[in-house]
Structure formats: structure tokens, C-alpha cells
Design a protein around this ligand. Structure first.
Ligand code: NAI
Length: 342
């Protein structure tokens, strides 16, 4: 009897899951670097989305097993494996959203910029293939250093004559996810309600959480602001050190990236109320790329939310000025790398 009731319960949970996962739209999503630490859990989370009809998994190796494994989940999307450069073009045909977590992660003692020499070339080559095969797709860049890899991607797309700045996104969602978590913990708030905009870039001091703009409105002491800001900026390093050589954030990153994919798909599906922070081409400051909240619509970025930058506290204003030289240098490094190649 116990076994029977367990079976019924399990079936109910499964049916519930199935009910929520009735296909609601049929978008195609590609993950480049899908066999990696981020790629695998990200692919699993995207496999859960009712908005996805086809999930294309591309990597230089080990992707067949990941795809076979995922394909057994009884959720609507079809999973397809693509291995190696000769299958890259096919992995991108007809795709609406391309997510790029390909590349090496940090080890203890490394900055994100230390990854530049390897990851810059990987992103350049993958984005060139995106330009050739699905130039209209939304492109989500996860590979670090994001502050430089997004400008590299923009240059490659310009060289190919298909750059649409509204569709190129640096994924900074993890900074927002972390800020929300840490603020909710520190202030004993209900996690689901907390939203902290994070602006600037995605490395060290270029990550600037605007705690004064936290929703719901909450007050912090100067010590709390300093402690929370520094923790959010160094949260990636916290994980790198805890993993002690085995890589950087993968599970929380997959969660954050899946949220950004889902938001993009909702926007593509016509939802008129989609806002996320992202590192994009921007005119909010004098820097050509800058992370802020953006409104996302069917055609990509519909608006940059400039109001977050108004009425900053003195602490935030100082931090904003302090991050600009570093962010500027990272942007220029990316642009000159991409321009040197031609
Ligand atoms: P990983 O080493 O576990 O996986 C990377 C995957 O990329 C591997 O499967 C590898 O085979 C694949 N790859 C390498 N070259 C490739 C190519 N040319 N084409 C396709 N695939 C290729 O690394 P992990 O932990 O998944 O991290 C990936 C990247 O994400 C790193 O650059 C890391 O710094 C970055 N990252 C970004 C975050 C963000 O907030 N934007 C947060 C955490 C990590």
C-alpha cells in the first residue's frame, strides 16, 4: 500500500511538472560550451523551459553524453548534440538565443582578466559563426572577462556587417542574484521580494550594486553598505577559493543564466514587462559598454533604465567614478584584440 501511494504521489508530481511544462512557445536555444561546468546545469534548466522547442548543445568534446542524458527528461524540448568545429554551423541554424559559456574558468589567485588570452579567441571564433549562421539571434556572453569579451563580440559582428547592439548581452545576472541573496540575508527580508540593481561591469570594483535602489526600500548603515558591496564584488572569488582549483561558480551561474534566457524568451514571446540587468552597448555614461537595468522586448534591448543612475548616494557616485578607468581599459583591450585580427 505504501509503495502504491508513493507511486501515485510521484505520478502526481510528474503530471504537475508536465502540466507546467506544456509547450507554450517554440524557441530554439543553443548553448556553446554545453559540456562544461556551467553548460551542463544550464542545459538542464533550459530543458525545463516550456518556451523551448529545441535545445542545441555544442562543445568541442563530451557533448553527446550530456545530450543523450538530458534527452530522457520528459519535458517538451528536443535535445540535439553538436561536437567540434565541423558541426558548429549546424548547431546555430535557426536559433533564437545563443548562450556562450565556452572557455576556461578562474583558479585561486587569478583575476578574470587573466583568462583573456585563452577566452578572447574562443569568443571571437564562436561569435563569427553566430554572425554567419544566425545573425538575428540574441547573444548571451558568459565567458570571462565579460568586460572585454562583449566588446570583442561587438567588433566581430561589425566586421561581419551584422552588428545589432540591441541583441548583444553580457550576462551579469549572477551579480544581481548574489546581491539579492546577500541583502535578503543581512536584512532578514523575504528573498522573493528583494531586487538590487547592479551596474558597471562584471569584475572586481567594476561590479557596483546600487544598494540605495534596493526594492523594497530598505536602509543600510555605512558599515553594512561597505560590507555588502565588497562581498558582492568578491563573491565569485569566494567560490573560486572554496572550490580550491576545481573552477569557479557553475551552479549559481547556471541558475542566473537560465533566468536570463527565460527573460529573453518571454520578451521574444511578446511579454512587455521584462527587465534585467545586463552589460550592453550603452550611452548612460561616457563608456561605450555599461551594465544597467534594461527593458528587453521582441527586438532586444528596448530601453536602458537611466533612472537608476540618478540620485546616487555619495558612496555610489564615488564608486562609479572609480570603476570607470578599469572598465574603459577592459573595453579598449577587447576592441584592440578584435581589430588586430583583421
Ligand atoms: P569549464 O571549463 O567547466 O567549461 C567550459 C567548456 O567550454 C568546456 O566544456 C570546454 O570544452 C568548452 N570549450 C572550450 N573551448 C571551446 C570552444 N572553442 N568551443 C566550444 N566550447 C569550448 O568552465 P565553466 O566553469 O563552465 O566556465 C565557463 C566560462 O564562464 C569561464 O570563462 C568563466 O570565467 C565564465 N563565468 C562567467 C560568469 C559570469 O557571471 N558571467 C560566472 C562564472 C563563470
Amino acid at each position: 500500500a505504501l509503495r502504491a501511494s508513493f507511486a501515485t504521489k510521484a505520478q502526481k508530481v510528474d503530471q504537475n511538472l508536465q502540466h507546467h511544462l506544456q509547450p507554450q512557445a517554440s524557441f530554439k536555444v543553443a548553448v556553446l560550451g554545453a559540456a562544461g561546468g556551467i553548460g551542463q546545469p544550464l542545459a538542464l534548466l533550459i530543458k525545463m523551459s516550456p518556451l523551448v522547442s529545441d535545445l542545441h548543445l555544442y562543445d568541442v568534446a563530451n557533448v553527446k553524453g550530456v545530450a543523450a542524458d538530458l534527452s530522457h527528461c520528459n519535458t517538451p524540448s528536443q535535445v540535439h548534440a553538436f561536437t567540434g568545429a565541423s558541426e558548429l554551423a549546424n548547431s546555430l541554424k535557426g536559433v533564437n538565443v545563443v548562450v556562450i559559456p565556452a572557455g576556461v574558468p578562474r583558479k585561486p589567485g587569478m583575476t578574470r582578466d587573466d583568462l583573456f588570452n585563452i577566452n578572447a579567441g574562443i569568443v571571437r571564433d564562436l561569435v563569427a559563426a553566430v554572425a554567419d549562421n544566425c545573425p538575428d539571434a540574441f547573444i548571451h556572453i558568459i565567458s570571462n572577462p565579460v568586460n572585454s569579451t562583449v566588446p570583442i563580440a561587438a567588433e566581430v559582428l561589425k566586421q561581419k556587417g551584422v552588428y545589432d547592439p540591441k541583441k548583444l548581452f553580457g550576462v551579469t545576472t549572477l551579480d544581481v542574484v548574489r546581491a539579492n541573496t546577500f541583502v535578503a540575508q543581512r536584512k532578514n527580508l523575504k528573498l522573493i521580494d528583494v531586487d538590487v540593481p547592479v551596474i558597471g561591469g562584471h569584475a572586481g570594483i567594476t561590479i557596483l550594486p546600487l544598494l540605495s535602489k534596493t526594492k523594497p526600500s530598505v536602509s543600510f548603515t555605512d558599515e553594512e553598505i561597505e560590507e555588502l558591496t565588497v562581498r558582492i564584488q568578491n563573491a565569485g572569488t569566494e567560490v573560486v577559493e572554496a572550490k580550491a582549483g576545481a573552477g569557479s561558480a557553475t551552479l549559481s551561474m547556471a541558475y542566473a543564466a537560465a533566468r536570463f534566457v527565460e527573460s529573453s524568451l518571454r520578451a521574444l514571446d511578446g511579454d512587455g514587462d521584462v527587465y534585467e540587468c545586463s552589460y550592453v552597448q550603452s550611452d548612460l555614461t561616457e563608456l561605450p559598454f555599461f551594465a544597467s537595468r534594461v527593458k528587453i522586448g521582441r527586438k532586444g534591448v528596448e530601453a536602458l533604465i537611466s533612472s537608476d543612475l540618478q540620485g546616487l548616494t555619495e558612496y555610489e557616485q564615488k564608486a562609479l567614478e572609480a570603476l570607470k578607468p578599469e572598465l574603459k581599459a577592459s573595453i579598449e583591450k577587447g576592441i584592440s584584440f578584435a581589430q588586430k585580427q583583421t
